[in-house]
Design a protein around this ligand. Sequence first.
Ligand code: AQP
Length: 322
Amino acid sequence: MKKVFSGIKPSGDIHIGNYLGAIKGWVDSQDDFDNIFCIVDLHAITVQQDPKILKEKIRETAGLLLACGIDSEKSVLFVQSHISAHSELAWILNCFTPMGWMQRMTQFKEKSEGQKDKVSVGLFDYPALMSADILLYDTDIVPVGEDQTQHVELARDIAKRFNSIYGQVFNVPKAVVTKPGARIMGLQKPENKMSKGGSDTIGLLDSADDIRKKIASAVTDSDNEIKFDSNRAGIYNLLTIYELFSGLDQGEIEKKFAEKGYADFKKDLAEVVVVDLEPIREKYNDIKESGEIEKILEKGADKVRPIAEKKLKEVKNIIGLG
Ligand code: AQP
């Protein structure tokens, strides 16, 4: 089976953007690929984190992945910082990455905008660590949202460059973009992507009442016409969420709401979301209480450690370290 590496940052509350754009697909792919799911806490600290909250969010993210259906018997689930080879390889890759390549990364430009003094070198260098994550495990496929494809391209370029100097050391991975259009936007600011840092999200652990309130107050427009029109960002985003949760296609949805207004549509949307998220929340609470999360993460780290250490040893040896 093809090897797949996927990461998620424990940098806040996991939201329906993460779920629809990534986690749902990960769960569905477990019989088809040799999956590694990594909670990328070293990526989370590229912006400042509260230590106590970060520790909690690492466990919460793991619990939520399990609650959504990640099966630790079929796939590996571990925490990035538990395997020191990620940081070590990232440093080595830094030394093989031209500055110009890194300076082209558009996500850094977006994320650093307007906060010059606070921006860390780590945020700039994030793609080197991401390359290390991917290359350590001879990954074939990296499923990503569109915003991350440039980083996978960089990992490919670094792998090719390294291989051209030292021979076939790294497998050159491929990005597979998760379903087009599955980019969930903020409910109040539909021009921005739904993001863990923002207040504009529906969290997987939000109560049913909170979900209803958030959807009821989501921004739409004055057209009051329920149609998939990407020029009308607010209603388009809500319709996309409806489509992905309900499994209905766009034509069916437009037909269903042809005679209805936004208020009715929002009520239906809230129920579709609540019905899907409620069992996840319940399962999460059970897993948390069972005390299993820590054990599963340890088991996951034990599984990948020998693979990562072997690759790192090969790299160190070939470049003359030690
Ligand atoms: N709004 C979104 N719509 C669709 N997919 C999304 N993803 C994130 N936001 C959306 C996908 O979720 C996976 C894990 O994301 P991440 O933890 O690496 O963080 P991110 O991509 O930087 O997104 P966030 O949630 O906005 O985090 P913060 O606020 O910490 O930067 C990825 O596959 C991503 O594409």
